[in-house]
Design a binder for this molecule. Structure first.
Ligand code: NAP
Length: 329
């Protein structure tokens, strides 16, 4: 569902890449896509208009067509054999729906689960780094600033940025609100912050979802989400205060052994995470590791492909895990 979108396309690509055992595949989208087709395993698959009855009649369903549609479709899955992996925010905070990053809390995706949520892309990438640090050293407080690629806002937003960028380079007037050669510190709706001031929907999601996935309901977590004119792969600047006071080498050793994490930490040698280098990878790159003057405050930078690990790949790993009857995919 959402097969013509930027996440849907990535799902099709990764199903093929990982040889997910597909006997038959159907692709759904909106009426706008009538007459279009998507390609899968060398075949052209005609796109169908979303129809709850047709969608529920499958073994595995990937939903990536927005939260409104997921909410509308949810009831139609009741009593069906489908296992549903929902990439939207619709049910991520509902206690009965597991919210899973397989490398972090894969055990919460039990064999009998029929409907599970894929976390927000920024949250997935963040928890891959925070989880091993929490296990080893105990997190006390986390501060994050993000650098989020435009493809995180969907296919149309990506096209708009490319057009505005070309127009700007050709000397045309581009609205000051455009992302071309700009940064936008607002992603999602504005929400009143209980402590005073305002935050964005994206910031709210990252805080609530990270706490849920890490299993630390009261973790102090301050997040600022910024859209940047990068085409693909999100980055995050992270500072953590920890209970223990490990050495930098101990931190490196923990992150080196963490699933989904690749250390790229040699500033002098020119090795650090960048979104260009993280595009297409399956986990996250982590680097720029350093301690602030307070020895237990660790700073680092990470980049990861939000379309793969931040969405499509994570959903497929969840499906693989259930197919294999448990364990981390
Ligand atoms: N982009 C990311 O990095 C990312 C990461 C994690 C999660 N997500 C989530 O994944 C979902 C899809 O995001 P995206 O970036 O792939 O967006 P997108 O490129 O705009 O694609 C949206 C898809 O949903 C379909 N759709 C929209 N409204 C529909 C409706 N009323 N009925 C049926 N189909 C409908 C579209 O079909 P048409 O082509 O026919 O319009 C298209 O296939 C969103 O919930 C988003 O929050 C995105």
């Amino acid at each position: 569902m959402g097969a013509t979108g930027i996440v849907g396309s990535e799902i099709l690509k990764i199903l093929e890449e990982r040889r997910f055992p597909v006997k038959a595949l159907r692709a759904f989208a909106s009426e706008r896509s009538v007459g279009k087709s998507v390609s899968f395993a060398g075949r052209s698959v005609a796109v169908e208009v979303a129809d709850p009855e047709a969608i529920r009649d499958h073994d595995v369903v990937f939903l990536s067509a927005g939260a409104t549609l997921s909410r509308e479709l949810r009831a139609s899955f009741e009593g069906s054999r489908a296992r549903v992996y929902d990439n939207t925010s619709a049910f991520r905070l509902e206690p009965s729906v597991p919210l899973v990053v397989p490398e972090v809390n894969g055990q919460e995706l039990t064999a009998d689960c029929r409907y599970a949520s894929v976390p927000n892309c920024t949250t997935i990438l963040l928890t891959l780094a925070l989880h091993p640090l929490h296990q080893a050293f105990g997190l006390r407080r986390v501060v994050v600033s993000t650098y989020q690629a435009i493809s995180g806002a969907g296919a149309q937003a990506l096209e708009d940025l490319l057009q505005d960028t070309r127009a700007h380079l050709e000397g045309a007037d581009v609205a000051p609100s455009s992302l071309a050669f700009n940064l936008i510190p607002r992603i999602g709706p504005t929400l009143e912050k209980p402590g005073g001031g305002w935050q964005t929907g994206e910031e709210d999601k990252v805080v609530a979802e990270a706490r849920r996935i890490l299993g630390v309901a009261d973790l102090p977590l301050a997040v600022t989400c910024v859209r940047v004119p990068v085409l693909r792969a999100h980055s995050e600047s992270v500072m953590v205060e920890m209970e223990a006071r490990p050495s930098l080498e101990e931190v490196r050793s923990v992150l080196r052994g963490a699933p989904g994490v690749e250390l790229r930490d040699d500033l002098e040698g020119g090795i650090y995470p960048t979104p260009r280098q993280a595009s297409g990878i399956d986990g996250i790159h982590v680097g720029r590791l350093r301690f602030e003057p307070e020895p237990s405050a660790l700073s680092f930078f990470l980049s990861g492909d939000q379309l793969r690990k931040g969405a499509a790949l994570n959903a497929i790993q969840m499906a693989e895990q259930q197919r294999q009857g448990g364990g981390v995919a």
